[in-house]
Design a protein around this ligand. Structure first.
Ligand SMILES: Nc1ncnc2c1ncn2[C@@H]1O[C@H](COP(=O)(O)OP(=O)(O)OP(=O)(O)O)[C@@H](O)[C@H]1O
Ligand SMILES: [Mg+2]
Length: 598
């Protein structure tokens, strides 16, 4: 295409040159003819006696000469008109190339063998921010990232030898010191006899595309790790339920000075720690069940403030700045506490010699420009929580890994690498975003954005002590994990309840059909082979209207909680649970039914 265009230009220029030559030569011929004619007219006058003179009819000669001059004039006008047309065409072509060069989004440069710029299209100025003079004074290679120069030089050499440029990607420094990623192709300039010494380089800005690719890659990686850890955590919760539950039951039975007491306590502690880890994995894989309420982040920050001061120690100054007109957000209070604590602990660890921890809240609007930076952003009103420190900071490479589970730079035994993975999971599941800004040695700032809601803050429920139910109740227990079912049954029976057992939903329906007596409560696992706990509860609602339900689950499968968010009016028991928590929840649900007049 470009070869065609330049060929056309060349032909036009050659046409002009040829026409001008014709014009000049015909001018000379006509002038010679006129001179000869004038001499022949003048001869009889200059030498009247010359005998070689032969008479010419002067009137005929003058007419002939006039005709010749007239013809020549017409010829000149015609040729000038042609030249004008060709020039016009050349001007149009030049204008076209100028417009292409000036308006092309890509950066186009013509460089010589040493990389000296002979021409830079205006998009260079636009995209890189350098002035014409600055571009003139620098070589093409100077702005390229030091790590990429060898690659570019090799590609240029190859293009010089083979005549074919291959595509390379490299980083170019902008005037503001940020980096632009470009995709570049170089071609040799073939014409004007200086082939091989000049190159046309076309650079395309692919910074945004690269960022998107990285974001996609990261989210796919996180998604895969999340799915895997979610699956493991589900089975773990059942096993931990057994470990924690039995050690609790054993402790209750043995006296304070029993020789095994300490050992059992250690087992229980280890079980609890493992349960906390599993909870973090679930948070990361967004498979935990959240109980979102409308909350005020200012209040959350104020309430965790005391704990934070204790946590960060005296070397670190805590500066809290809260926006008084802060909007509300809908989130799980316990999880948001966890987010703040995890971020604060990380900040503390980044400032071993002391420093400043800054917590800030504010209203924020995410706009189209944020969408341009991060495609997944939904524009709108958000509430922002910033946790910043003056610590060691992070390189860009480190930042690209920090949200991965088990990624830690802390020494063995100091960090699990689950802190930020949990934070990421909680924020994502709450419909928000978390971004980090940091540089090595310059501290780090984590910004959390949660969607702003217009509802009023949910009242914090008073800690009411539910009176134990007046009489023993009948509870239908459905759990596919055998040991856990046995443990739960024992706990309920010890609390004075009658327990009907089933290992899955179809057995539970059989039990219900065989039993005429009333059943007060269905305590069911959610994820079971065959019919789910939710479907069983729906079925029982028609068979035994008014039956109360408590779901037990370690994670969400979307059945009782859409995207992990609990539907209102549903009682839920997070696995693994202790016997005390189980009895408290059962009492709570049954007491409510007592109050409701059942
Ligand atoms: N504020 C910060 N400043 C500097 N580096 C940080 C900061 N926050 C996190 N990091 C880096 O990110 C890594 C991962 O953090 P994350 O909270 O996920 O795990 P951890 O703190 O190492 O372990 P855990 O939180 O499970 O005890 C840290 O090891 C640290 O290198
Ligand atoms: Mg941490």
């Amino acid at each position: 295409m470009r070869a065609d265009a330049s060929g056309l230009l060349d032909t036009s220029v050659r046409h002009i040159e040829r026409r001008q030559w014709w014009l000049s030569s015909s001018g000379i011929i006509v002038t010679i003819l006129l001179t000869v004619a004038i001499i022949s007219f003048a001869l009889p006058v200059l030498s009247p006696r010359a005998d070689w003179y032969f008479p010419v009819d002067p009137s005929l000669a003058i007419h002939a000469l006039l005709g010749l001059v007239l013809l020549f004039d017409v010829y000149v006008v015609f040729q000038q008109f042609q030249i004008y047309r060709f020039r016009q065409r050349v001007r149009e072509r030049e204008e076209l190339f100028r417009l292409i060069g000036e308006n092309a989004a890509d950066m186009i440069a013509l460089v010589d063998a040493d990389g000296k710029r002979l021409y830079s299209s205006p998009s260079y100025k636009r995209l890189l921010g350098y002035s014409d003079e600055e571009l003139q004074q620098t070589t093409f290679y100077e702005h390229i990232h030091a790590d990429d120069r060898a690659l570019v030089a090799a590609a240029a050499n190859e293009a010089r030898q083979s005549g074919i440029g291959r595509r390379v990607e490299y980083r170019v420094r902008r005037k503001d010191d940020s980096w632009l990623v470009v995709e570049s192709t170089a071609s040799l300039v073939q014409n004007h006899g200086s082939a091989g010494t000049k190159m046309v380089i076309v650079n395309r800005d692919i910074t945004e595309r690269k960022q998107l690719e990285e974001q996609l890659y990261l989210s796919q990686k996180l998604e895969a790790i999340g799915r895997l850890s979610g699956g493991v955590a589900h089975d773990f919760n059942n096993l931990l339920g057994v470990i924690i539950g039995y050690s609790e039951a054993l402790q209750k039975q043995m006296g304070a000075d029993h020789p095994f007491r300490e050992a059992i306590e250690e087992i229980q502690n280890a079980g609890n720690r493992a349960a906390a880890l599993t909870q973090q994995l679930l948070a990361f894989s967004r498979k935990q069940v959240l109980e979102p309420k409308v909350i005020d982040l200012n209040m959350v920050v104020s309430e965790v403030q005391k704990m934070l001061r204790r946590l960060i120690g005296e070397d670190i100054a805590l500066k809290i700045s809260l926006n008084e007109r802060l909007g509300m957000v809908k989130a799980d209070r316990g999880q948001i506490d966890q987010v703040i604590l995890n971020l604060a602990v990380n900040a503390r660890d980044a400032m071993p010699k002391g420093g400043k921890l800054i917590i800030e809240t504010g209203n924020a609007e995410l706009t189209e420009s944020d969408v341009n930076r991060y495609r997944y952003v939904i524009p709108g009103q958000y509430v922002m929580l910033k946790v910043a420190d003056t610590g060691c900071g992070m390189s860009a490479e480190l930042q690209s890994h920090i949200f991965e589970p088990f990624f830690t730079t802390k020494e063995q035994g100091k960090g699990t690498g689950l802190g930020l993975a949990t934070v990421y999971g909680v924020i994502k599941q709450s419909g928000g975003y978390i971004w980090v800004e940091s540089e090595v040695g310059k501290g780090a700032a984590f910004k959390v954005y949660l969607p702003r809601v217009e509802e009023v803050r949910d009242a914090v429920p008073e800690r009411t002590t539910f009176g134990r139910p007046q009489r023993s109740r009948t509870i239908l227990l459905v759990e596919d994990e055998h040991s856990l079912r046995k443990l739960t049954r024992n706990t309920l029976q010890e609390a004075g309840h009658t327990v009907l057992e089933a290992c899955d939903a179809s057995e539970a329906l059989d039990v219900v059909k065989r039993n005429e007596s009333p059943i007060d409560l269905l305590l069911t696992d959610v994820v079971m082979p065959g019919m789910s706990g939710r479907a069983l509860a729906d079925e029982l609602a028609t068979l035994r209207p008014g039956i109360k339900v408590i779901y037990m689950s370690g994670y969400t499968d979307g059945d009782v909680a859409t995207h992990g968010v609990l539907q209102s009016g549903i009682s839920f028991l997070r696995k693994p649970f202790t016997g005390d928590v189980l009895i408290a929840r059962v009492d709570e649900v049954l007491s409510i039914s007592v109050l409701a007049g059942r």
